[in-house]
Write a protein that binds this ligand. Structure first.
Ligand code: HEC
Ligand code: HEC
Length: 202
């Protein structure tokens, strides 16, 4: 309870800071509402836009920069995020990343329950015979993310599945490694298992 109210308080402070920075000289930075009309009222995601609440600040920042530079280039990135980031100042990028990272995330819980065990096994142990590293090594024991490595826990099934498929389809994320190599070696059913498992992790 204590923690929750602290969280809310920090988010409120960050929000106030953002509003102030918009008022005092960053008038060009679009407000939070320019993001939440696609990403959902409390940034919990609204298909096809993923949840931003609780995502790592460093990761959000890196993605916004990469949309702005047109490095992250999937069809939805081009259609929605290239425009949304075109006029963001570096300060607005940092403020938005901090604000969204501090909102409490809710799990999507929308995967296939029958695939959860198979997905969890790959997440925790990898697939040694196929030389696929355990996801846990980078994304953390509860898929909460580490540093600028993203939180995966509770993201929507369709978003996770699409992301994991896009690296094999030749689209790019922000970074050239390690995800393209990892994702290209996953089969369709392994991707469905991972996306199902992760959608339920709190
Ligand atoms: C017109 C709809 C739309 C608007 C407006 C929009 N987004 Fe997005 N956003 C999307 C979609 C769709 C995606 C998924 C892109 C993909 O699948 O490659 C996305 C992806 C993202 C991601 C990547 C998340 C991840 O987990 O990798 C971030 C970060 C993001 N948006 C932040 C923002 C911010 C901050 C704003 C406001 C400045 C914003 N978006 C405005 C639709 C939108
Ligand atoms: C060696 C470290 C490492 C390992 C192991 C790893 N990841 Fe990642 N993952 C990353 C990094 C770094 C990114 C950010 C990539 C980018 O921005 O282009 C990422 C991004 C992702 C994303 C995109 C999240 C979003 O919000 O769009 C998904 C999904 C993902 N990883 C799933 C997995 C799965 C599933 C596994 C295990 C099969 C795995 N990762 C193993 C480092 C790793």
């Amino acid at each position: 309870m204590q923690m929750k109210s602290n969280h809310t308080k920090t988010a409120a402070v960050a929000f106030a800071a953002l509003v102030i920075s918009v008022l005092v000289g960053h008038a060009e930075s679009p407000g939070i509402r320019n993001c939440t009309w696609c990403h959902g009222g409390s940034a919990q995601g609204y298909t096809p836009a993923p949840r931003l609440a609780g995502q790592r600040a460093g990761y959000i920042e890196q993605q916004l920069v990469s949309f702005g530079k047109h490095t992250r280039d999937s069809p939805f990135s081009r259609q929605y995020m290239w425009g949304a980031t075109a006029t963001l100042s570096p300060q607005a990028v940092r403020d938005l990343a901090l604000y969204f990272s501090q909102l409490p995330p809710r799990p999507a819980n929308d995967g296939d329950r029958e695939l959860v065990a198979a997905g969890e096994a790959i997440y925790q142990r990898g697939i040694p015979e196929a030389n696929i590293a355990a996801c846990v090594a980078c994304h953390g024991p509860k898929a909460e993310g580490v540093g600028a490595i993203p939180r995966l826990s509770g993201l929507a099934y369709t978003y996770l599945k699409r992301r994991l498929e896009q690296w094999s389809e030749g689209y790019h994320g922000a970074l050239p490694a390690p995800m393209p190599h990892i994702a290209r070696n996953l089969s369709r059913s392994q991707i469905e298992g991972l996306a199902s498992y992760l959608s339920f992790v709190k």
